[in-house]
Design a protein around this ligand. Sequence first.
Ligand SMILES: Cc1cc2nc3c(=O)[nH]c(=O)nc-3n(C[C@H](O)[C@H](O)[C@H](O)COP(=O)(O)O)c2cc1C
Length: 418
Amino acid sequence: MAPSWLSALRSVARFRKLELDPVARRLRGAVSVEDMRQIARRRLPRGVFDYIDGAAEDEVSAARNVDAFRSITFSPRVLNDVGVVDTTTSLLGRPLPLPLVLAPTGFTRMASSQGELAVARSAARAGLPYSLSTMSTRSIEEVAEVCAGPKWFQAYVWRDRGLLRSMLERALTNGYETLVITVDTAVLGHRERDVRRGFNMPPSLGLDTIIDGILHPAWTIDFLRAEPITFPSIALSTARTDAGDPLSMADFVTAQWDPSLSWDDIDWFREVWKGPIVLKGIQSVADAKRASAEGLEAIALSNHGGRQLDGAPAPADLIAPVRDAVGDSIEIICDGGVRRGSDIVKAIALGADACMIGRAYIYALAAGGERGVDQLLQQLDAGTRRTLALIGCPSIAALDRTYLEGPPGPVRSSSSGS
Ligand SMILES: Cc1cc2nc3c(=O)[nH]c(=O)nc-3n(C[C@H](O)[C@H](O)[C@H](O)COP(=O)(O)O)c2cc1C
């Protein structure tokens, strides 16, 4: 007979099945965005991680974006049948399973060689819109080929209108349905982690990064095995012969930033783009009202994830005042600091129509490739459902400010904005 201590041990011992698949093993421990971020930090060369994780100057805005969500408290209701929770919504006339959009991020292949293709495939599986950046490292056409879901294209207001027009026409031809115009980049923000490492935007690899690469062999092997990184969305729209060279293309891109951009430039986009337009980078009530008056379909309250102006307001703090000022005349996307399903619930309760995520999916991509992004999107979906159930709200459509603590402010009708 086994000694009693051994029986006692047997009754409590639970050993996890040995996981032989290294990606699954890694992802098993990633139950939050912060977990994904920590895995990304370990796996990526420091310069690459800092390019993704970093922000402008003291990074106060980047931190505030996250803290603004944390400082919001729910006012939960109980005994409110939440046996079935409905997270569906509609954005720009399209039904979505969750009020979530994957934000445009440049140079996504720095996180993992599949880059934009992996993220676009994963977004399509989840039925969520994927926004392809102008600074993408996979082309408009390559992404369209693998992404059966809703596709958005992001543009900057660049000097070369011929180049812009050509990119927009390619996006339209390839089934991209919404244009995101990023307007918070009159000049580039000062990302000091990148500057310190010689990892500029547009990025070029410095000696530090190369040494770092040697210290992170899994990333380096993946990077070296893949075809060289370029900006194909831009390159295919220029007659330049050095389009395959990311560094000379980087100089070209730098010369395209136009500090003289103004509201008049938006009219030009209207002529070329026949679908809905989202103005991304709105940071004040006054500009939100102007965007609404200009007849734009949506705005993304955004400070570029804190990567442009440090000291910019957190998008979550702007939702309520902007919604109160614009009513239901324009759709509002909250972009920046979203790390959990509960953040999505808070944003919608305040008056947003949807949220965008940037870093969250890049950390996930770095942590586990396409499967990492799948896992992240499932976790955000589950987190949204769980939060709705815990606050006693049966659906996204029924959310309003009464589910939050603090001065209630005007309550939005649940049928608005979609
Ligand atoms: C690595 C990286 C690259 C980005 N590249 C672009 C870009 O090319 N165009 C753009 O409009 N925004 C870009 N952004 C900003 C995101 O679209 C988004 O506004 C931001 O990531 C939201 O904040 P979050 O990271 O806290 O979710 C980038 C962000 C990151 C982290």
